[in-house]
Design a protein around this ligand. Structure first.
Ligand SMILES: *Cc1c(COP(=O)(O)O)cnc(C)c1O
Length: 355
């Protein structure tokens, strides 16, 4: 606490990212990073970039990335005015909270979802009603039939990995024509249906995606949103009141190349979903309960309720997983899907710890 702080800063409750310890090498299964390298085309674009041009500001509009997004989703016939780009999807989400979700009526989001949502709600002083998931951690769209100033949830959800069907999302959109429904698709490529196909039909839909997970570029910081021009304009207004150049020159060229490399995306997602299947089977054989995952992580309850203990013992053995010491979550571990070899090592260690 400092006399120099703005009053509001005293009340902030900042997001705590998964640990990135530097004391030793870990098998890192705690922050949903991709275990495989980014697209070789993205790396090539970085090598070929003219570094002397770093003396010049980048394109404030990020058009090469917007155009790559349009090409990637070309079957949906989008235009540049329907795409927004930002410094990671966290920044995109921050602008969404500021520009589209602050109203007199409360914002709705699930009690168990991305823990950045309450942080942004608090930062921008947005009233929120937190809606509990069902006991089985699925989202019941009927619970969202109440007056609201917006709805946001990840699909697939985090940290559960459970996906909501496109039909349910469409029902939600139809029931809430006067508020924005934000679908945070950070993990969509690992097994859920994208709502981008509904953007042309629904003026109240905003879809947010990131290059951090399925495209293995968490370190580059590129995210984007897709929605009708009216919603995107709000985000551009906020962005141009905050930082004109969210994507640097390297992020622009590498991000565009990564989005255009469909084949690499496909290969990475295939490998991860196969390893996910193997990991779930092995964990179930050890007596773990595993929620049905459509993401690059699994949410699992150890047989004897020793989640926190296992988190610590795995860390001591060089394997990092995520443990949330919060009601409803504290019996579970969230485990990112790594390479086949990393997951075999995890299973080997778990066999010793619970066997
Ligand atoms: C990882 C994640 C993001 C943020 O990703 P960026 O690295 O900021 O692009 C957003 N939403 C959810 C649900 C995530 O898990």
């Amino acid at each position: 606490m400092s006399q120099f702080w703005s009053a509001h800063v005293h009340d902030l409750d900042p997001y705590v990212p998964g640990e990135q310890p530097k004391d030793q090498r870990y098998i890192k299964l705690n922050t949903n990073e991709c275990p495989y390298p980014p697209s070789p085309k993205a790396l090539q674009a970085l090598r070929e970039a003219n570094l002397e041009h770093l003396r010049l500001y980048p394109d404030p509009n990020g058009d090469v990335v917007k155009d790559a997004v349009l090409e990637y989703f070309k079957e949906h016939g989008l235009t540049r005015s329907e795409v927004f780009v930002g410094n990671g999807s966290d920044e995109v989400l921050a602008h969404v909270f500021c520009g589209l979700l602050k109203h007199d009526l409360p914002l709705l989001y699930p009690d168990i979802s991305y823990s950045f949502y309450p942080v942004y709600a608090n930062l921008y002083q947005i009233k929120a009603d937190v809606i509990p998931l069902r006991d089985d951690f699925t989202l019941n769209i009927d619970d969202y039939q109440r007056p609201n100033g917006g709805i946001i949830f990840p699909n697939p959800n985090a940290p559960t990995g459970i996906a909501l069907s496109l039909a349910s999302i469409e029902t939600l959109l139809q029931r809430n024509p006067h508020s924005v429904v934000v679908v945070d698709e950070a993990y969509v490529d690992f097994g859920a249906e994208s709502a981008v196909s509904l953007v042309k039909q629904y003026a109240n839909l905003l879809v947010v995606q990131t290059l951090s997970k399925s495209r293995a570029l968490a370190g580059l910081r590129v995210g984007f949103a897709i929605g009708q021009a009216d919603l995107i304009e709000a985000l551009e207004r906020v962005k141009n009141s905050f930082n004109s150049y969210p994507l640097d020159r390297l992020a622009l060229v590498a991000g565009a190349a990564a989005i255009l490399d469909r084949e690499h995306l496909h290969t990475v997602c295939e490998a991860i979903t196969q390893t996910r299947t193997h990991t779930v089977q092995a964990l179930e054989q050890l007596g773990f309960t595993v929620l049905p995952s459509s993401a690059n992580f699994i949410f699992t309850r150890p047989p004897l309720g020793q989640a926190q203990d296992l988190y610590q013992q795995l860390k001591a053995r060089g394997i990092l997983v995520r443990y949330f010491n919060k009601p409803r979550l504290n019996e579970y571990l969230r485990i990112t899907i790594g390479t086949e070899a990393e997951m075999n090592e995890l299973i080997k260690q778990l066999k010793q710890l619970v066997g």
